[in-house]
Ligand binder design. Structure first.
Ligand code: HEC
Length: 219
């Protein structure tokens, strides 16, 4: 297990991406690198919408994460099963099956208690580590359980103050953003795509995936 962990960590350390329109504008001081909407979105991100309090950035670098676990309400909501019960489950393109039919023939989903599962400390229930937002436009669906399909859905969730979960982080509360402001935030998030994602993706499938003897290759 230790070797597998080290191998995965070594691979993860190669997933470095930068030189985004945002980097060229903010760190490179290229005033034309970032669309006006995205510039407004950045102002909201670090100001009124308080995203930067957790998706942190500094004077000379930006990982867009404070590396800390927070309760944004997503895990609680999942544990309480209060999400719309009838989310259809796609099993083939164009073929969705009602969720209750899938659940009738599958095992109950395991508990989803976040950081608590490691620390066993009740204050850590439903806390998840803040993810980086680099290349976030390419990594839908969102949140640890993939419960949001688009960045607009994520921003709308923060804007309405999340779910009324116990021990919700104090920063998760209604933001009062207009439709335009929400859109500006989405355009800003879309400006975080690096210039080497093609290379990273090619690396990801450079080695055979699965059992090498079966030589499975992903095109
Ligand atoms: C209290 C800390 C906190 C604040 C404030 C916050 N986030 Fe998050 N964000 C998180 C955590 C933690 C997650 C992971 C939640 C999960 O996986 O269930 C997350 C997830 C996300 C994701 C999904 C990333 C992915 O790869 O799935 C996006 C996008 C995002 N946040 C954008 C924003 C924006 C935009 C704002 C401001 C409106 C914001 N966040 C404010 C902590 C925060």
């Amino acid at each position: 297990m230790a070797t597998i962990g080290q191998a995965i960590a070594s691979y993860e350390r190669t997933l470095i991406s930068g030189n985004t329109p945002f980097d060229r504008w903010y760190y490179g001081r290229d005033r034309a690198a970032l669309a006006r909407e995205a510039q407004r979105g950045f102002k909201l991100f670090t100001g009124k919408a308080r995203c930067g309090a957790c998706h942190a950035l500094g004077h000379d670098h930006a990982l867009f994460t404070d590396q800390e676990p927070h309760n944004t309400g997503i895990g609680w909501q999942r544990s309480m099963h209060t999400r719309a019960a009838e989310t259809a489950v796609p099993i083939a393109p164009g073929l969705n099956v009602a969720k209750h039919l899938v659940e009738a023939v599958s095992e109950p989903p395991p508990n989803d208690l976040g950081r608590y599962e490691v620390t066993q400390d009740p204050v850590d229930r439903w806390r998840y580590k803040t993810p980086s937002l680099r290349n976030v436009a390419l990594t839908a669906p969102y949140m640890h359980d993939g419960s949001f399909a688009t960045l607009a859905d994520v921003v709308a969730y923060y804007n309405r103050g999340g779910y009324a979960a116990p021990d919700l982080d104090r920063l998760i509360k209604p933001l009062g953003l207009s439709t335009m402001e929400q859109n500006d935030l989405v355009v800003f998030l879309e400006s975080l795509t690096g210039d080497n994602v093609g290379e990273i993706a090619a690396d990801g499938v450079a080695a055979p995936i699965g059992d090498p003897k079966a030589s499975t290759r992903v095109p």
